[in-house]
Design a protein around this ligand. Structure first.
Ligand code: S3P
Length: 187
């Protein structure tokens, strides 16, 4: 059994606003697994918000903390649904780490207007402050090949409800819940 087969980590990747956190929480609840979000892990490490890290220390420091957070999350080797922030996959070592540890990696995708309508809800996205459409379009161009390369599955979500996305992920990744509600796992 290789480490991917023995891992119980379901990883969600995609651009800002693609629904990683919302879907990740719902998927984790459905599977009775722990949910983790890389931005939240960064904030716990830095003891400050993503926005403040960008504003006071810059993107480079943020990216280092992000890599550190991913190493810590992956080292837990426990069952979880992990939402990985949009830019974390730029780093080759982050991509390798995720590949090595994930049972499946789902790329959540939606057209830019859909992403824009969803990103208004988050304050942790300083990279969208000036020209969100232009920034997201550029990120799409730069990052799409990386999402494609890393993902085991690609899911376009804009016409689906959260419950439908959850169901599709379960089907695509052939996830099977084992155990009872107190001690469940996934395989
Ligand atoms: C970023 C995505 C954000 C957050 C930061 C930078 C990016 O996370 O990490 O604003 O570069 O795509 P979400 O993808 O969870 O919004």
């Amino acid at each position: 059994m290789n480490s991917r087969e023995s891992s119980k980590m379901i990883v969600l990747i995609g651009l800002m606003g693609s629904g990683k956190t919302t879907v990740g929480r719902a998927l984790a609840e459905h599977l009775n697994l722990v949910f983790r979000d890389s931005d939240e892990a960064v904030e716990n490490l830095a003891k400050t918000s993503v926005r403040e890290i960008f504003e006071n220390q810059g993107e480079e420091v943020f990216r280092k903390l992000e890599s550190q957070a991913l190493v810590e999350l992956c080292s837990k080797k426990s069952s979880m649904v992990l939402a990985v922030a949009g830019g974390a996959i730029i780093s080759e070592s982050n991509r390798e780490l995720l590949k090595l540890n994930a049972l499946c990696i789902v790329w959540l995708d939606a057209p830019t207007p859909t992403l824009i309508s969803r990103t208004g809800r988050g304050k942790h996205r300083p990279l969208l402050d000036g020209d969100p459409v232009g920034s997201l379009n550029k990120m799409r161009l730069d990052r799409e090949p990386l999402y494609q390369q890393l993902a085991t599955h690609h899911l376009v979500t804009q016409s689906l409800s959260i419950a439908q996305v959850v169901q599709q992920i379960i089907t695509l990744c052939s996830l099977e819940i084992v155990g009872n509600s107190e001690n469940s796992a996934v395989r």
